[in-house]
Ligand binder design. Structure first.
Ligand SMILES: [Zn+2]
Length: 151
């Protein structure tokens, strides 16, 4: 049995799964091969450490079950409509990905969707002021007409 054959059998030897002849050849090789003997000692130590871990009781952190059940309760049921916030978030993410970013002075960048948002807000404000100005002018015209009628 050569070194690669011995190393392929190490785990099975530790587990006691080798037959009588394989065990004898394995042990004979370890007796004269310092490399395989060292590897066998290291593997045995590792397996012992791993086996000892099996005796350590593992306890979840405090409140773990409550956090899991809370997360499950807020999760939408399969097939239920998605929350609007998720849809909006996905659309904004998609816009970020597809529109890209604009370089600003100073090496910084800004998403194009943010610029579009500011432009839409500015147009809305301008339209709002325009309508208010139109209402004020109409009131002025009405009061002037009323004053002229009184004279
Ligand atoms: Zn060897």
């Amino acid at each position: 049995m050569d070194c690669s054959g011995v190393r392929a059998l190490m785990n099975r030897y530790i587990d006691g799964e080798l037959g009588y002849l394989e065990t004898a050849e394995f042990q004979r090789h370890l007796a004269f091969c310092p490399d395989c003997s060292l590897e066998f000692r290291e593997l045995s130590a590792l397996r012992g450490t791993l086996a000892a871990w099996g005796d350590v009781p593992l306890a979840p952190p405090a409140g773990f079950a409550n956090r899991v059940m809370t997360a499950v309760a807020t999760e939408p049921l399969p097939g239920s409509p998605r929350p609007l916030a998720d849809v909006v978030s996905d659309v904004l993410e998609w816009l970020d990905q597809s529109l890209g970013r604009v370089r600003l002075p100073g090496g910084r960048t800004m998403p194009v969707k943010n610029l579009l948002g500011w432009a839409i807000a500015l147009v809305a404000v301008v339209i709002g002021f325009g309508r208010r100005r139109g209402q004020d002018q109409a009131k002025t015209r009405v009061s002037r007409a009323a004053g002229a009628a009184r004279r």
